[in-house]
Design a binder for this molecule. Structure first.
Ligand code: NAI
Length: 257
C-alpha cells in the first residue's frame, strides 16, 4: 500500500488492457491517476469506478498522435491535480500483420504516429511539469519486439525498437533533472490487442491460439496485464530511485533463449 502515495500519474492508453491494469495498481498504491485514451466510454467508466473506491482519478480524451491535444491534456492534469510526477507511455497499436514488402506507407506511418510520435509528444509536454515537481519517472512500453525480431508485424517492431532507444536518450538528457526514464519489455500479455492480433493472423480457435503462443514463453503461458502493472508501479515509485535508462523485461523468459 501507498508505494506511490501523493504522486500524480498519467497513463496513456488507460481504458483497457495493460493501461487499465496500471491505473488500478497505481491507484491502489495511493496515486492520483490521469487516464488518457480515445475509448471515451471505457475510460470515463474506469475513472468513475476508481473514484467510487475513493481514488482521485479523471479521464481525458487524448489521441497521443495529436500534439496539441496531448499538450492541452497534460497541462489540464497539472491544473486539476496540481502537479505531474509520473508518465506511463502505454498507448500503442499493433498495426498490420503482413510481410514488409506488402506494407503500405499509410500503414507504416499510422503505427509510428501512435507508438513513436505519441511517446515523443507526451514526453515533450510532460518535461516542464516533471521539472517543476523536482523530478519524476517516465515509463515507456516497448516490447520483447523492441529487443528481438519476429516475422509478423514490421511497423510495430520498428516502433518498439525506437521506443527502447528513445528511453535511453531521454534518460541521459533528463537525469540531471531527477527525471528517470525506463522501458518495459512485455512478452505476450492477454489483452484486447493480442486477441485482435491472433484473429488478424487467421486464428479461428482463439483459446488454442492463446495456448500455442503461450508455449513460446519458457514459463509456458502468456502473461496477465497485472504482471506488467506491478513493473510499472516499481518504476513509478521511489524503490527504483537509482534506476534509469534500463530495460525491464517481463516476458516469461521469451528473450532468454
Ligand atoms: P490494447 O490494444 O489492449 O490497449 C491499448 C489502449 O491504447 C486502448 O485503450 C486503446 O484505445 C489505446 N490507444 C490506442 N491508440 C491510441 C491513441 N492514438 N491515443 C490514445 N490511446 C490510444 O493494448 P495492450 O496490449 O494493453 O498494450 C499496451 C501497450 O503495451 C502497447 O504499447 C503495446 O504495444 C505494449 N505491449 C503489449 C504487449 C501484449 O502482449 N499485450 C506485449 C508487448 C508490448
Amino acid at each position: 500500500m501507498n508505494r506511490v502515495k501523493g504522486k500524480v500519474c498519467i497513463v496513456t492508453g488507460a481504458a483497457v488492457g495493460i493501461g487499465e491494469a496500471c491505473v488500478h495498481r497505481l491507484a491502489q498504491e495511493g496515486a492520483t491517476v490521469a487516464l488518457f485514451d480515445v475509448l471515451d466510454e471505457e475510460g470515463a467508466a474506469l475513472a468513475n469506478a476508481l473514484r467510487g473506491k475513493g481514488a482521485q482519478a479523471h479521464y481525458w480524451h487524448v489521441d497521443v498522435a495529436t500534439e496539441a491535444t496531448v499538450s492541452d491534456a497534460i497541462d489540464g492534469v497539472a491544473g486539476r491535480f496540481g502537479a505531474v510526477h509520473v508518465l506511463v507511455n502505454n498507448a500503442g497499436i499493433a498495426g498490420v500483420t503482413k510481410p514488409t514488402h506488402e506494407v503500405t506507407e499509410a500503414e507504416w506511418d499510422r503505427v509510428q504516429a501512435v507508438n513513436v510520435k505519441g511517446v515523443f509528444f507526451c514526453t515533450k509536454h510532460a518535461i516542464a511539469h516533471l521539472r517543476r515537481s523536482g523530478g519524476g519517472s517516465i515509463i515507456n512500453l516497448s516490447s520483447i519486439y523492441g529487443l528481438v525480431g519476429a516475422a509478423d508485424v514490421p511497423p510495430y517492431h520498428a516502433s518498439k525498437g525506437a521506443v527502447r532507444l528513445m528511453s535511453k536518450t531521454d534518460a541521459m538528457f533528463y537525469a540531471k533533472d531527477g527525471i528517470r526514464v525506463n522501458s518495459i519489455h512485455p512478452g505476450f500479455i492477454w489483452t484486447p490487442m493480442v486477441e485482435r492480433h491472433l484473429r488478424d493472423s487467421g486464428a479461428t480457435d482463439i483459446e488454442q491460439a492463446r495456448r500455442e503462443v503461450g508455449l513460446m514463453h519458457p514459463l509456458g503461458h502468456m502473461g496477465d496485464p497485472d504482471d506488467i502493472a506491478w513493473g510499472v508501479v516499481y518504476l513509478a515509485c521511489d524503490e527504483s530511485r537509482f534506476v534509469t535508462g534500463s530495460e525491464l523485461v517481463i516476458d516469461g523468459g521469451y528473450t532468454a533463449h
